[in-house]
Design a protein around this ligand. Structure first.
Ligand SMILES: [Zn+2]
Length: 457
């Protein structure tokens, strides 16, 4: 048993209870009790004590759209890379990079990303992977790294025709094998989806093959209308919107994540709502790629299943929430918009949507919920109570405020030190691997499909 106490507990339970001088007690992978520190200490004398030192104790955060493989892009320079638009970013950087990624790169990029998640208080991640340099076994490499770090994951591989039919088939196979593996798991710790890149790099034949391999009850994880090019390509080649095309193939539904959904119309919004598809907003990435902003107020108004992710841009969900409300305000030119939507996605939407995959309640501190608990070194200079936790978290904290992270009942970071990991050694190994990858990226990649079979236009 572990007792984390001496902090302000933000429960996120049904009543939105906040407990000053509160404590959370875990037994195994679940929370077993919650209350004020004095009575919990008295009741659980033998529990291991973790002192929150007057900070904030709250549920671990959830990221609904990430790309661990993008980790090694940090500090990388690609010869001659000057993108003019989103397609230029994909072709000039991401596709060039993922074509060079081998299984060892995948493992280390996963490892450093998952470590950064724990550092930022993120305990559950839905990842969307691409490593066309070596497809087979890549999800298992990410999973192995997540097990070492102690992160709860839902993984998938982004199927695409951009590197030719054989690679697309290998990607479908990888998803199918990982789906089979997670389907046999007893622990509520690893899940899988059928990953797909985006409409504009998926032929009808490949889309059908994905759905056939996925089988009933499996959700898909796909980028939808992130760039204007994707939307126009679909209209031009299929005479319909991306959302209609996906709906006709049976991609949409309550277990599917449609990331971005920027260039869509009101009819598409209605389809997403009607099918109860999960729409995931990625504010910093959208700004970085200069692709626009989803109509989050409109989608929220319809009651769409909305959540928030980082798209690999960062692992800091608190920063992502902050950026989301700024982007929505800026986009709508209305200061009354954005705040409610961003905080709802981050603190309510993400846990509800993650619950479509994980049976144990996540993102809430209550008996029976996952023992995913974080401690923030945050000491407010204005009153903190049940009515204003969001204001404190978004204006007063970020991922670096997190000092202690517990995931599934195990302390994974304590006072900013990752537990049971030789961080220095692992980071040195990752740096060496990144350097090797950068060399291969600039050499044109190791894939036999060094010249993309996919042509824009
Ligand atoms: Zn993405």
């Amino acid at each position: 048993m572990i007792l984390i106490g001496n902090g302000t507990v933000i429960t996120r339970n049904q009543d939105g209870r906040v407990i000053p001088q509160g404590a959370v007690v875990s037994d195994g992978a679940l929370i077993c009790d919650i209350g004020d520190t004095a009575s919990m200490k008295k009741k659980y004398r033998d529990a291991e004590w973790v002192d929150a030192k007057g900070g904030v104790i709250m549920p671990g955060l959830i990221n609904l759209h990430d790309h661990a493989y993008s980790a090694f892009a940090r500090g990388m320079s690609i010869d001659g890379y000057v993108p003019k638009d989103f397609c230029g970013i994909l072709e000039g950087m991401w596709w060039k990079m993922d074509r060079a990624i081998n299984s060892r790169d995948t493992y280390y990029s996963g490892l450093v990303t998952w470590m950064e998640c724990i550092r930022n208080g993120v305990t559950t991640v839905f990842d969307h992977h691409a490593s066309y340099g070596e497809v087979g076994g890549s999800l298992f490499e990410l999973s192995r790294a997540a097990d070492l770090v102690g992160l709860r994951t839902c993984l998938c591989y982004e199927v695409s025709d951009r590197d030719g039919k054989e690679k697309a088939k290998a990607a479908i196979r990888e998803n199918a094998e990982y789906l089979k593996y997670t389907g046999q798991q007893k622990e509520d710790f690893r899940c899988a989806m059928m990953g797909m890149h985006a409409s504009f790099t998926l032929s009808d034949q490949t889309l059908s093959a994905c759905l056939e391999a996925a089988g009933d009850g499996c959700g898909c994880h796909i980028h939808v209308a992130e760039g204007l090019y994707d939307a126009r390509h679909c209209r031009k080649n299929y005479g319909k919107s991306i959302v209609s095309r996906l709906q006709e193939f049976g991609v949409l539904g309550e277990k599917t994540i449609a990331a971005h959904c920027i260039h869509i119309d009101p009819e598409d919004e209605a389809r997403l709502k009607e099918t109860d598809t999960m729409v995931v907003h990625n504010p910093q990435s959208n700004m970085g790629n200069a692709v626009g902003c989803a109509d989050i107020p409109g989608l929220a108004g319809l009651g769409t299943a909305l959540g928030i992710g980082t798209d690999g841009y960062t692992q800091d969900m608190l920063e992502s929430g902050k950026a989301s409300q700024l982007l929505i305000k800026h986009n709508t030119e209305n200061p009354a918009e954005g705040w409610g939507e961003a905080t709802n996605m981050l603190f309510a939407g993400n846990r509800v949507l993650a619950g479509r995959y994980f049976k144990t309640p996540l993102g809430v501190l209550q008996p029976g919920a996952a023992a995913d608990v974080i401690v923030l070194d945050y000491h407010p200079y204005t009153p903190l109570n049940e009515n204003n936790t969001e204001g404190h978290l978004l204006f007063g904290t970020n991922g670096h405020s997190v000092v202690t992270t517990m995931a599934a009942g195990k302390i994974r970071m304590r006072d900013r030190i990752l537990v049971d990991l030789d961080e220095e050694k692992l980071l040195a190994e990752a740096r060496s691997q990144a350097q090797d990858l950068w060399r291969r990226v600039n050499a044109g990649g190791i894939s036999p499909f060094a010249e993309s079979k996919f042509k824009m236009g």
